[in-house]
Design a protein around this ligand. Structure first.
Ligand code: FAD
Length: 471
């Protein structure tokens, strides 16, 4: 009888433990993807990027004699129908660790077992499953550095190879059409721009890792903080959808470390932040919704996303070049450099005194590398209310940051057309991507700051002091 191989955020054939386990049985495999409520809840850009990833996976499966069967609906309804149609007696998948997926998967596992169907799940979203790492006292980690030390003590399984042929069932069940799903339909006109900037699929991710390993890694420690120079791996979207596994990255870069490449350890440490975020979310499912330090719920944030200041932030029209460049980079490429994420987030939560969740949700709509754990951790870290967070009173000055990390203005001029008599193609693409209703044009004058930097800083510090005195 066939096995249903349920793909989720693991859109790859390499290092896919569920796939390997299914293959070892010698039985026919039916690869499936289910568009359930969790998929419907994705923001516009992540949903669009998922559609691209599914298209690539479908092609990849076709190359090895498989097919991707797409179905919509609640997972158990879909699985029951497929079991009835195909006579499958097993369902296998790779585990996800966020609370919503875990709650769903637990019910699915129990329901399948109750039907007499074998249900097996495997590891692979992180370097190490989040529950395998704990402090000496057996509690979850709250601080990155000891987590990183503990992670280095773990054995990270070597990646599994990809099959060259999948055993097919006698009859394929019908599939819905990917185009009919119209994933990312909420993107409107931005999708045509994003398409030029993303690299999609397993093969592209493996190529990118190999390029980075050979051409980027050695300079990574020096260049990773410079948003105007492409010094990082740009693998985050592929990692988020599982087009490549963190273990593949780990072992490839470990081999460089063994060969004396001095950039390796800085990269591995950064990759471990992704696991740390997964660990935090695993142990506290409310991380994307509630301040990790509960007293911060009383902080006097502006809780409205509709103020002119917040709108200017979303539009990349705050009049603060580093912040505006960052917000525009996200509109065009669906990603934002890590340093720029920190600065844009700090400006929103501090200079504009706005609740971090407003920014977190905005990113969740616009990032093609959206990852619930890393996004929530990043926002809470910047806002000062998260685990291992930077203290609220440490306020990034976007001007000083610009002098330090973009001294020649490569980043800001690349993205802000209004600042240049001869705007770069990227800066002009911004206007293709933005909603028409924003009415922005490259001929506009670049705006004055919505809030003066010293003024915003003083306002944030005053809010912090009153909060601290009260709590
Ligand atoms: P590289 O520097 O090449 O790093 C390699 C990989 O390590 C990344 O692809 C990523 O998977 C992981 N990584 C690196 N830095 C971090 C970090 N600080 N936290 C977690 N993982 C990290 N990352 C996401 O993948 N999705 C998000 O939704 C997301 N939201 C963020 C929001 C804020 C406010 C902040 C401050 C950071 C956020 N990050 C997020 C983390 C980080 O900015 C991106 O992972 C990084 O910019 C991706 O670029 P890269 O692949 O070139 O990274």
């Amino acid at each position: 009888a066939p096995i249903l191989l349920w793909f989720r955020r693991d859109l790859r054939l390499h290092d896919n433990a569920a796939l390997q386990a299914a293959l070892q049985t010698g039985r026919p495999l039916i690869p499936i993807f289910i568009r359930d409520g969790l998929i419907e809840n994705l923001g516009a850009a992540p949903s669009w990027r998922l559609g691209q990833g599914l298209d690539a996976l479908s092609g990849r499966l076709g190359d090895v004699g498989g097919r991707l069967v797409l179905r919509s609906g609640p997972v158990m309804t879909v699985l029951k129908a497929l079991i009835a149609e195909t006579g499958a007696t097993s369902v296998m998948w790779n585990r996800l660790h966020d609370p919503a997926a875990r709650a769903r998967d637990e019910v699915v596992k129990q329901s399948l077992k109750a039907l007499g169907i074998e249900a097996r799940s495997f590891s692979g979203q992180y370097l190490v499953d989040p529950w395998q790492i704990a402090t000496g006292a057996g509690t979850p980690f709250r601080v990155f550095t000891p987590f990183w030390r503990a992670l280095q003590q773990q054995e990270i399984p070597a990646p599994l190879s990809a099959p060259t042929r999948l055993p097919a069932p006698e009859v394929w069940p019908e599939s819905e059409a990917l185009e009919a799903w119209a994933l990312g339909r909420a993107m409107q006109r931005g999708a045509a721009v994003l398409e030029r900037h993303v690299r999609v699929g397993e093969a592209a991710a493996l190529d990118r890792l190999s390029e980075f390993r050979h051409d980027g890694l050695a300079a990574y420690p020096d260049r990773r903080d410079i948003p105007g120079a492409p010094g990082t791996s740009r693998l985050s979207a592929a990692l988020s959808l599982g087009e490549i596994s963190p273990r593949q990255c780990w072992h490839a870069i470990m081999a460089e470390e063994a060969a004396g490449n001095s950039g390796a350890s800085a990269f591995l440490r950064q990759l471990a932040w992704r696991d740390f975020a997964g660990h935090l979310l695993f142990h506290d499912g409310a991380l994307p919704d509630r301040c990790w330090r509960p007293e911060w719920e009383d902080f006097p944030w502006n809780r409205s996303g509709d103020t002119p200041e917040v709108l200017a932030w979303k539009q990349g029209r705050t009049g603060v070049p580093f912040v505006d460049a960052a917000m525009r980079e996200m509109q065009v490429t669906g990603t934002m450099h890590n340093r720029a994420r920190m600065i844009a987030a700090s400006y929103l939560t501090k200079h504009l005194l706005t609740d971090w969740r407003i920014g977190e949700r905005w990113f969740a709509e616009h990032l093609v590398d959206f990852d619930a754990a890393s996004n929530a951790m990043g926002w809470q870290w910047v806002a000062g209310c998260g685990p291992d967070a930077s203290p609220y009173f440490r306020i990034f000055n976007p001007e000083t940051q610009k002098q330090k990390f973009d001294p020649q203005g490569q980043y800001t001029t690349a993205w802000i057309a209004e600042m240049s008599p001869d705007p770069s193609p990227l800066a002009l693409e911004v206007f293709e991507a933005l909603p028409r209703s924003w009415n922005m044009s490259p001929e506009d004058a670049y705006p004055d700051p919505v809030v003066g930097l010293p003024e915003g800083r003083a306002r944030a510090l005053a809010a912090y002091e009153s909060f601290r005195d009260r709590s």
